[in-house]
Ligand binder design. Structure first.
Ligand SMILES: NC(=O)C1=CN([C@@H]2O[C@H](COP(=O)(O)OP(=O)(O)OC[C@H]3O[C@@H](n4cnc5c(N)ncnc54)[C@H](O)[C@@H]3O)[C@@H](O)[C@H]2O)C=CC1
Ligand SMILES: Nc1nc(O)c(N)c(N[C@@H]2O[C@H](COP(=O)(O)O)[C@@H](O)[C@H]2O)n1
Length: 273
């Protein structure tokens, strides 16, 4: 839990970040959720030192800012690689804004885990499950192509989470199965989710930054920490884009704002392809 001082400072800074956040919640189920892509990176664009490990990059102020973001979204989405590497909590621990403050589940985002191949071990050891079972977070939605084990299904349902089976076209059996972003956002919309923050990890972020998906992103909020992690890390580096035979940039942010937060800087922008 962040301290009161760091929270006050973070709140002051968040006024600059607010324009990049979802504001109007819509009950129209046909609308795509508002998508905020947000993560913390090193100066060499690494999310962590190596695959399968968790690396602290954000300082206390930018971490508090992340919890503020969590309080402003209906859902928080990660890939199964992050679920397994970090065993994250994925709740809002920003007292007074949402989360732990005697306000029940108000201000708590619903965790969403992309797990097409059924690699996430849904068990009592998972912090997400522990928090949901004690009223400190919401039960997760797990999007998958596989048939879940009955015990895992029951455990998830006990904490008001569930597996959602995604439709897999028989002619698109890739070696690394993926959902189409438009499809998965439509599924979230049908679950009543009007805004989602995508936190990572590398595969999820790089996939969303692909030229065919980046237009689905409404805003990008990146914490940049003053550290180099070196080669071998999990890197944010999307596929190249070729146009008319020449390599061009994948995308660019417009409407940019740089917000210093402690030793870090938070970059906010909107994709302009
Ligand atoms: N610094 C930061 O802000 C963050 C750092 N991380 C770090 O990132 C690392 C994990 O990253 P990765 O190994 O790349 O794992 P990941 O979290 O991106 O998960 C990868 C898996 O997600 C699934 N996936 C990805 N895109 C999908 C799609 N479109 N449809 C369906 N499934 C999809 C696939 O099963 C894929 O194997 C960890 O070290 C973690 O600590 C993770 C989140 C944020
Ligand atoms: N904002 C931010 N800064 C960092 O330095 C990080 N390593 C991350 N990682 C993300 O946050 C999740 C951990 O969340 P909990 O504190 O356990 O709720 C982790 O899984 C990454 O998605 N983020």
């Amino acid at each position: 839990m962040a301290t009161r001082d760091s929270l006050s400072l973070a709140i002051a800074s968040t006024q600059q970040i607010d324009p990049y956040l979802p504001h109007v919640s819509s009950s129209n189920p046909s609308l795509k959720p508002y998508v905020t892509l947000t993560f913390a990176t090193s100066l060499d664009s690494n999310l962590s030192l190596s695959p399968g490990t968790q690396t602290t990059l954000s300082g206390p102020l930018s971490k508090a800012m992340t919890h503020y973001l969590r309080s402003k979204h209906d859902a928080i989405l990660i890939g199964v690689g992050t679920a397994n590497a970090d065993n994250p909590s994925l709740n809002c621990r920003f007292e007074g804004v949402g989360g732990y403050g005697g306000q029940g589940l108000e201000g708590q985002p619903r965790p969403v885990i992309l797990d097409p191949s059924g690699r996430w071990d849904v068990s009592e050891q998972s912090k997400v499950i522990q928090l949901a079972s004690t009223g400190r977070g919401r039960g997760p939605l797990v999007l998958t192509y596989t048939e879940p084990q009955i015990a895992m299904k029951e455990l998830l349902e006990k904490v008001s989470g569930k597996f959602i089976s995604m439709f897999q076209q028989s002619n698109t059996k890739e070696s690394t199965p993926r959902f189409q972003w438009a499809d998965l956002l439509a599924v979230l919309s049908r679950e009543g989710i009007t805004s989602v923050m995508v936190e990572g990890g590398g595969a999820v972020i790089n996939d969303l930054l692909h030229p065919s998906n980046i237009t689905l992103v409404n805003s990008v909020i990146v914490t940049i920490a003053p550290v180099w992690l070196g080669k071998g890390g999990v890197q944010v580096c999307p596929e190249e884009r070729v146009d008319g035979g020449s390599k061009v940039s994948v995308g660019r942010l417009g409407n940019v704002k740089w917000v210093p937060l402690g030793d870090d800087v938070v970059l906010c922008g909107r994709p302009s392809v």
